[in-house]
Design a protein around this ligand. Structure first.
Ligand code: AMP
Length: 508
């Protein structure tokens, strides 16, 4: 099948041709004719399948007739992260260059004034993250009554990040008669329930089984004896033996992103860091430098794992095993894109055995193990032991200094003393200690930083300092990951606090 067979306009076909796509991808083949017919779509597709073009191309044609009115966008695309929203807008610019559609990108970290000016002029396509959209709506800067097409992109990610109440509210503000395109990489029951409420008689399109790892990616596992220091050494050894064009190095925590970044920089690698605590302009610049191949390695947290389209990534290194197994798929999906092959290496300490087991269970098969240096390989029984340690930690049977991860680190630190030293041993052990610290989830932090940095005085005075997104708790009813601390004011009981705990305490 060719793009010409899909019913797209000559302008769009010309743009597609200029981009250099020869044939439509499966999701494009299936979705484009359905979208052009005006039907709702429930798409189960990972990023990397060409799903962005599967909705942007037909939308450009549908919106080409008609005119936008001030503050009344004609279509709305909601995406979970600013990077993803920015990427969708790049797609519109690319494919819509022979048309006259106007577009606005509403994301945290960018100037409200500029965004409002665009809205005042009238936009055909509005691409937004949920929090910023609601902020602007509440300030009366935007009316959603004219939205004819709604796209919800990466719905499962939105759910994970706690944005669904906002999304539900936004959908409630839209006209009932509209076309809705709903995309998600996975289709758990909660997502399906939401899809049922948002969509009318949708055409279901699935191009990849949920949570299956990309087939174009060669995966390997390195079980590292020791601690983070040994992982860093193994990472360097592995990189030096590989033909790395461009690589992402994923860490579970922002703090570790900084540590690994500094370590790689010290060892002479061309490297940058990306995580949610960085200001939005810095994030954008870092990403651009990486896309332009000005830096070879980007150490990042999971904020970069979903949706980012950087075709030339040859390698993904999971410096940590992701605590959420689905993140593994999204991380390794950053390589092997658009038909290229890629390699994904995962480093696992013994205490990550539990996370590793979850990933393997999700994949339905083992990740082939390789040896990198003298520290490679630990016994399976150790993983089970660590997993038991993790449960004890929750139950409180042992003191925190003895238990679980900390225990693992201590054992590791001892081994590290005997291992050849990477640098100053004293500072190294401080780093190891540092790495045992926990911090709140990245997802919660993503939008907070930017809003606080860019909110105008008026908004700040009329509202609490934090953005709406900051107030969201992760997925309702979802257990907090074990490595997450409770935020101030947050309780381990979730929304329900037993009444006896709320009674005033008697002070002697
Ligand atoms: P996405 O899944 O939308 O993130 O797209 C993944 C990558 O596939 C992007 O780099 C697109 O530019 C690329 N792409 C999209 N459609 C096609 C196509 N028909 N042929 C080749 N590459 C494509």
């Amino acid at each position: 099948m060719t793009f010409e067979d899909l019913g797209l306009s000559p302008e769009v076909l010309k743009a597609v041709d200029e981009v250099g796509y020869a044939t439509p991808t499966p999701i494009q083949e299936k979705a484009i004719p359905v979208v052009l017919m005006g039907r709702d779509v429930l798409g189960c597709a990972q990023t990397g399948t060409g799903k962005t073009a599967s909705f942007t191309l037909p939308m450009i044609d549908i919106l080409s007739s008609g005119r936008a009115r001030a503050r009344m966008p004609r279509s709305l695309i909601i995406a979970p992260t600013r990077e993803l929203a920015a990427q969708v807008s790049e797609n519109f610019e690319l494919y819509g260059k022979h048309g006259k559609l106007s577009m606005a990108l509403l994301i945290g970290g960018s100037s409200f004034v500029e965004q409002e000016q665009k809205l005042d002029r009238g936009v055909d396509v509005l691409i937004a993250t949920p929090g910023r959209l609601i902020d602007l709506f509440e300030r009366g800067k935007i009316l959603l009554a004219d939205v004819k097409i709604l796209v919800i992109d990466e719905a499962d990610r939105m759910l994970d990040m706690g944005f669904m109440p906002d999304v539900e509210r936004i959908v409630g503000l839209l006209p009932k008669i509209r076309q809705t395109l709903f995309f998600s990489a996975t289709m758990p029951p909660e997502i399906r329930r939401l899809a049922d409420t948002f969509l009318m008689n949708p055409k279901e399109i699935s191009v990849d089984p949920p949570a299956s790892a990309a087939e174009t990616v060669t995966q390997a596992l390195i079980k590292v004896k020791g601690a983070a220091k040994e992982k860093r050494a193994a990472l360097r050894d592995l990189i030096r033996g590989e033909d790395v064009k461009s690589a992402l190095v994923f860490c579970n925590r922002k703090r570790d992103v900084d540590i690994v970044f500094r370590s790689m920089e010290r060892h002479g690698f061309s490297v940058a860091a990306l995580h949610g605590d960085m200001a939005q302009p810095v994030r954008m610049e870092t990403l651009q430098n990486f896309k332009d191949a000005k830096v070879q390695f980007m150490v990042c947290s999971d904020v970069a794992a979903r949706g980012l389209d950087i075709p030339a990534v040859s390698h993904v290194f999971n410096f940590d095993v992701p605590s959420n197994p689905e993140d593994y798929v999204h991380r390794i999906g950053r390589t092997g894109r658009a038909g290229r092959s890629g390699k994904a290496f995962t480093f696992a300490l013994r205490e990550e055995g539990k996370y590793l087991a979850n990933v393997v269970r999700m994949l339905g098969k083992d990740i082939p193990e390789i040896t990198v240096d003298q520290n490679s390989g630990w016994e399976a029984g150790d993983a089970a032991e660590d997993s038991r340690g993790g449960r004890r930690r929750r139950g409180g049977g042992r003191s925190s200094s003895e238990s679980g991860r900390r225990g693992g680190q201590r054992r590791s630190a001892k081994k590290a003393e005997a291992a050849p030293s990477e640098g100053n041993p004293a500072s190294e052990s401080a780093v190891v200690e540092d790495e045992t610290a926990t911090e709140p989830s990245e997802a919660a932090a993503v939008e907070v930083v930017a809003f606080e940095a860019t909110a105008e005085p008026k908004a700040a005075a009329s509202k609490p300092a934090k953005s709406r997104d900051a107030k969201r708790s992760p997925r309702r009813g979802k257990k907090k990951p074990e490595n997450e601390e409770l935020a101030p004011g947050e309780t381990a009981f979730g929304d329900h606090i037993p009444a006896f705990l709320l009674r005033p305490a008697k002070v002697a």
